[in-house]
Design a protein around this ligand. Structure first.
Ligand SMILES: [Fe+2]
Length: 222
């Protein structure tokens, strides 16, 4: 039985104009270029989150809005100093406090873009954990917008399977095992069941990039 998206009680959102999508894509490319992850990370998370959402019977315009929220989720990192963002070591407690502010800053950037007000909470809460141990507000369970819970899974999967200078990329199976082990703690267990049931077939940088391009061509975000 697939995990269903709970009703939000909100009216369907209006379509996002192409000009806004182009602006958001440029903004996310600027943040990705800061070097925290490789170029295209935000778009790849957008691809993954829409893949998961499609399996949950989510329809347009929500699919496109999820992709846009994914492109915005880490834009607040533009305010994080490179000495913290790119630090080749563990962060200090004070540095972590700054780093954890990025989701708030991302939501403020989202709020500043006309027509995306309904995405603000999705972006703000993309690091909240199912058990309440996340940030910035320590929300737990279904207090967390389902869109944020799905973004967290897509973001985590892509980070784990990305090549980093200091570690090899996890395989798809290894990453899915981590997701499974953290189900009910960090991640929504219902969504993890779904992710495990239909894992994405691409994990490497080149193939992920190809997949994003194909996904973009198929959908109106192109
Ligand atoms: Fe983030």
């Amino acid at each position: 039985m697939p995990h269903k998206i709970p009703p939000t009680g909100q009216a369907p959102s209006p379509d996002i104009p192409r000009r806004t999508i182009d602006y958001v894509r440029a903004l996310s490319a600027c943040v990705d270029a800061k070097g925290d992850y490789f170029p295209g990370h935000s778009d790849a998370v957008g691809y993954l989150v829409t893949l998961y959402a499609t399996e949950l019977d989510v329809q347009e315009p929500l699919l496109s809005e999820l992709h846009v929220a994914a492109m915005l989720h880490d834009t607040g990192k533009i305010r994080v100093a490179d000495s913290i963002l790119l630090a080749p070591r563990s962060l200090t407690d004070d540095e972590w406090k700054i780093m954890r502010q990025h989701s708030v800053w991302s939501s403020e950037i989202t709020a500043s873009i006309g027509g995306l007000e309904h995405l603000v909470s999705w972006v703000r809460h993309h690091h909240e954990h199912w058990d309440g141990s996340g940030y910035p507000d320590g929300l737990k369970g279904e207090e967390i917008p389902w869109q944020s819970r799905l973004l967290l899974i897509a973001d985590a999967f892509h980070v784990m399977t990305a090549h980093r200078p200091y570690r090899r990329a996890m395989t798809r199976v290894e990453a899915l095992t981590v997701l499974h082990n953290c189900s009910g703690k960090q991640f929504d267990p219902g969504f993890i069941d779904n992710a495990l049931a239909r894992p994405p077939v691409v994990t490497q940088r080149e193939s992920m990039s190809d997949a994003v391009q194909v996904s973009s061509r198929r959908r109106r975000l192109a």
